[in-house]
Design a protein around this ligand. Structure first.
Ligand code: ARG
Length: 495
């Protein structure tokens, strides 16, 4: 058994925080340690772990468990440790610490010993467990990260809105079943994704809001036996409230499930956007171009210009969906409360956030560099008899029931195909065979793409004026990006 005053190196199991229960001989099998040790991964929590420790020291002092002087010395050393941790280029794996919590406590004890405070560092963990600690660190990290992911999502929205404003009136073929269906404007297509990403940003915010509960003070599973003021502790760490049930607080990982789920949905949306664009940029469609900076060539075929960026965006959706499945599967079979399986949560969370950041930045970059081939898009919007619905509507306007009008319009499409012309290339005599009351000359003038777009002016429709209005509403709602705001506040920057 290690004595209270043993140096960390001298205790059994290589200085582990839990070594007292074990004999001094043997020590942990290196193979076990290779799987068990999590420092290289959870090192990213170090600043949150230290912030949580400072708040815990204050809570212990308020509860009379440590003296004010002890709390001050502990908090001061923890502050210095934060600087030391920030200066390290790599996780300090040579410390032998099992995880980030162990490192903080071990280093703190060393620092305080060097400062003549004896074994004061070892008081830090009074009434606390790594279980409530890691759950707290994770929520602190996740909430901050969610805020930054929202910002990056809004940047993609801003890029799409800029394209929508430039192309509020640019005719573009709209598809169902990947068959030309009705003309829309390219701006309308852009704003469809702005809506989706808006809901994704909402989901990220919701995940952060539901994670806004402080598990610290829940102990290992049953709550802490010290008279800790958990409201003050939660407040100290910037949480909205303390979590209400200790078993739940330390053992659920639904903040990770929810955030990564929101990211999987976001990635699925960006994957659809990429898939649309992959069609549009192909030589078969030839409607849109990506700029050179996000395209690559072929090592063999000199003529090739490949839309790799779009394929990578589509590919990342598979990664994020996989990560969501990973974490929800990890949690699903676990008995309450803490189980070591939960340690897998951080690798999932960090990878999902890292991949999403890259994905979002790449999506903004790709959208900014898109150019639409206006004449080709108009020709495609005109082709495919996309105004057949409008012809049916014209028949309805002169009293033909819609079902019949639909059939008559289809017969006009067949006629036009036979003659090799567009619908507005049919003649007035033919139109009058559909219904004698039809103002044939007027109708032919109204079967144009422009007229079809103009008509769809009800809320949510593709009429250019509606698209321009929707784009304005969104840019007012989002405001400038953080980067633009900073730039405009620089001396000499636009105000
Ligand atoms: N590294 C652990 C994790 O991430 C910290 C909690 C350890 N708790 C325990 N009872 N072994 O889950």
């Amino acid at each position: 058994m290690a004595s209270n005053h043993a140096q960390p190196e001298a205790v059994g199991q290589g200085g582990a925080l839990w070594s007292g229960r074990f004999g001094a001989d043997g020590g942990a099998d290196p193979l076990f340690r290779a799987v068990n040790d999590s420092l290289p991964i959870d090192w990213r929590l170090v600043q949150d772990d230290i912030a949580g420790s400072v708040a815990w020291v204050r809570a212990l002092a308020r509860a009379g468990v440590v003296t004010r002087d002890e709390a001050d010395a502990l908090a001061l050393a923890l502050g210095d440790l934060a600087d030391e941790a920030a200066s390290l280029l790599h996780p300090p794996t040579d410390s032998g610490a099992e995880d980030v919590h162990t490192w903080v406590e071990q280093r703190l004890t060393e620092v305080l010993r060097d400062r003549g405070h004896g074994e004061l560092g070892k008081k830090l963990h009074t009434g606390r467990s790594r279980n409530d600690q890691v759950a707290t660190d994770l929520r602190l990290w996740l909430q901050r990260e969610a805020g930054e992911l929202v910002e990056l999502t809004e940047d993609v929205q801003r890029a799409l809105i800029a394209q929508a404003e430039a192309h509020a009136g640019t005719p573009f073929p709209g598809y169902t079943h990947l068959q030309r269906a009705q003309p829309v404007t390219f701006g309308h297509w852009c704003l469809a994704y702005v809506e989706m990403l808006g809901r994704d940003a909402g989901r990220l915010r919701d995940a952060a809001a539901r994670a806004d509960e402080c598990p610290l003070g829940c102990g290992a599973l049953a709550g802490t036996a010290y008279p800790i003021d958990r409201d003050a502790l939660a407040d100290d760490l910037g949480f909205a409230r303390p979590s209400a049930n200790s078993l739940d607080a330390i053992s659920d990982r639904d903040p990770v499930i929810e955030l990564v789920g929101a990211l999987a949905c976001l990635a699925a949306h960006l994957s659809r956007l990429a898939e649309d664009l992959l069609c549009y940029v192909s030589s078969e469609f030839g409607l849109v171009e990506c700029d050179d900076g996000v395209s690559s060539g072929s090592s063999l075929m000199p003529q090739k210009r490949n839309p790799d960026a779009l394929e990578l965006i589509r590919g990342k959706a598979g990664v994020l969906i996989g990560l969501h499945v990973t974490i929800i599967t990890t949690v699903k079979g676990l008995p309450l409360s803490y189980n070591k399986d939960l340690q897998e949560d951080k690798a999932v969370l960090f990878r999902a956030c890292d991949e999403s950041r890259l994905l979002l930045r790449l999506a903004s970059r790709v959208v900014n560099g898109l150019s639409v081939d206006g004449p080709a898009a108009l020709a495609a919007a005109e082709g495919g008899y996309a105004s057949a619905t409008d012809l049916a509507d014209e028949l309805v306007a002169v009293g033909v029931p819609f079902r019949e009008a639909h059939e008559l319009s289809a017969s006009a499409v067949r006629e036009a195909i036979d003659r090799g012309v567009a619908l507005d290339g049919l003649d007035e005599d033919f139109l009058r065979t559909l219904s004698p009351s039809l103002d044939a000359a007027g109708v032919l003038g109204r079967l144009t793409v422009a007229a079809g777009l103009e008509k769809r002016a009800a809320l949510g429709g593709t009429a250019p004026a509606r698209v321009a209005e929707a784009g304005r509403l969104w840019s007012d709602r989002l405001g400038p990006s953080d980067a633009d705001r900073d730039r405009s506040q620089e001396p000499g920057g636009a105000s």
